[in-house]
Ligand binder design. Sequence first.
Ligand SMILES: *Cc1c(COP(=O)(O)O)cnc(C)c1O
Length: 457
Amino acid sequence: MAATMTPENSLSLPEKRQRYSEGDDNHDGGTKKMAQSVVKKPRRDPAEALASARHEFGEHGGVNMSIEASATFTVMEPETMSRMFKGELGPDRDFFIYSRHFNPTVLNLGRAMAALEATEAAYCTASGLSAISSVLLQLCPSGSHIVASPHLYGGTHALLSSFLPRSCNITTTFVDILKPDVVRAAFKPNTRVLIFETISNPTLVVADVAQLSSIAREFGASTVVDNTFAPMIVSPVSLGADVVVHSLTKYASGCADLIAGAVCGPEKLINSMMDVNEGALMLLGPSMDPKVAFEIAGRLPHLGLRMREHCRRALIYATRMRELGLKVIYPGLPDHPQHSLLKQMANEGYGFGGVLCVDMETVERANRLMHFLQNCTQFGLIAVSLGYYETLMSCSGSSTSSEISPEEREKVGLSPGLVRMSIGYSGSLEQRWAQFQSAINRIKQEEQKRPAALLTS
Ligand SMILES: *Cc1c(COP(=O)(O)O)cnc(C)c1O
């Protein structure tokens, strides 16, 4: 089956009604086109692109789209079924078969993600990691090779270093993406993919998307960018990348209440992932629940506002933490090695990301700081993940990046005392800052009193 979907020009609900009342197009249906297609230009604002994408109305004219909570779909005539399976009728004409294949609500969220990331198409998945694993399996046959940044989310790192070689005979070479010559030298004739994160988790290394994408293109490989840390801020495909993957669990959700992912890329790739014989999404089945798709679709319109505030507070806190003498890593600080690169790549007005790291040098000091920040001053919560409205803090080396070996962690500059903070926006900026300062003062007092205790506890 070669069911196709064309996100921008897929037909709206009135077309579906025509199936039932042939020739009667005199209704104004449940779906209206608010504005026409997204124009792809180099430095476009993702918020404007989102607002220009097709707005889906509910079945009864509701301002929100309906949730199509059906596993299966009925047809008026039995012949229609075989035409759908032959690929003659597909979601682009509002014909749906089964929700592990295309589901209308999930497809609508995909349209929004495609608009946001300036890709031809997008489809959403049950998790960020399923988006990543599915797209890699789609692009890489058995025996092929991947070039990857070592600065990757722990799960992605484990997928590339352990799971894919063991189960699929797909091997990966990890290279320093800051050195173009080293990256170029890692490509082999069977290299299919170059993968990296826009702003890396947790070390906040910023990738030169345009440069890396052009290297991959020289070797005929696809560039896959994990943009989880930089939605709205950077649009990798506008800079030359082929595919963008997201953990929608983080900023897109913003509420830490669900797990979700997205693959944004060329229409041909997205359709191939749904193919009944060859498609990784169709056959591995990490389907997004339409109820989850509905939830996230309602949150994307304020993603831009939220990102601005996450970033604004992160920059102010990073600056002030530095003034307190703390070792801070944040791409918004002028001395971050890729500060000017990010400034040049970023879409206007969003900032430099909502995550900052404080290097406390040892796990013990990192844990002390997090203890005070959570249990004494209520600055944030000790938890993995990011993009929540509350500040979340974790010690990466012993949590989300513990899949990466200690030697590898040292090589990529992941200090054992690195506290990653996803800066929230609840409360006021000054209220939260006072809480941070008071925790730091507690630590200082303690260290003056019992300097040895901290080293041994
Ligand atoms: C969390 C995360 C993932 C994994 O996403 P899930 O939704 O948890 O599956 C992938 N990449 C990055 C950068 C992440 O932060």
